[in-house]
Design a protein around this ligand. Sequence first.
Ligand code: NDP
Length: 312
Amino acid sequence: MTLRIYFSAPAADWPEYGPHLTSAFAEAGIAAELSPELGDPAKVDYIVYAPNPDLTDFTPFTRCKAVLSLWAGVERIVTDPTLTQPLCRMVDPGMTESMVEYVTGHVLRHHLGMDTHILGKDGVWRHDSKPPLARERPVAMLGLGQLGQACAASLRALRFPVLGWSRTAKDIAGVECHAGESGLRAVLSRAQIAVLLMPLTEGTRDLMNADRLALMPKGAVIVNPGRGPLIDDAALLAALDSGQIGHATLDVFRTEPLPPDHRFWSHPRVTVTPHIAADTKAVTATRVIAENIRRAEAAEPLLHLVDRQRGY
Ligand code: NDP
């Protein structure tokens, strides 16, 4: 039987994903009619999805067996009341590798104080700017899921003490794991660098508020490749102005693209990267999509199924 698969994503994604999806379906032995054109929604078997203003009502997709997100974060769709089909988020090995590189690179930049030497070529011999060893620089990993655990492992390999925090208690070799409000306070009060890798839910919105930023050692660094609203922007700007937070490297924002007049662009203690920490990689991600369709057709459990109550 030929399955009808609707590619519902911004038009610019089709040339990148179309050929890789076709190959991935062929490799998985899936006979598929894949199209970015909707046709009759009642005949669609699966939706490959990325946030897209054209798709706001899932009700007409009466035969659809699953919505397969190309994005890891599903906050824009998870609360949609018209979405009654199972929703799977993206866990892509290529994306994970990319996030590990981004986080490790930015943590090392701050740890080694690279800006001092890259920007400060002013004839001053700053011999006193030697960094401590990584083993002396505790790093908080807020979120210990697919990405947080991979980044924690990379930082551990460099000997940073990693203080992890997640919603449920964890036991991860080499990571001091915490959960709950008291756990968060314990982690933040020791971490010189905090990496935010949580989904955006009602439980994580504005997590880094004035109170929690104030818990961190003076001059601590925030690296946020999670989601913009995990941080209270006004509280962060105030903490940066006072020097409580020494620097923030931000990849994600409440409004994207970040408006040109936003203070983050001009603030000397903020680095803006344009949501490039970890793109979905078509070559690897399309195989995950194909595997999930194979599983659904074989009545096997879906991978990376989103818990709609939990929100991620
Ligand atoms: P996972 O779902 O695998 O992990 C999420 C982690 O966050 C889990 O450890 C979870 O805890 C924890 N968490 C969730 N809610 C809370 C809470 N209320 N309090 C404490 N911890 C909480 O997600 P991923 O690791 O795959 O991705 C994380 C996020 O990264 C994505 O949701 C997305 O927003 C962002 N992202 C950004 C990209 C970029 O390019 N900038 C690219 C890809 C993803 P528990 O383990 O107990 O469930």
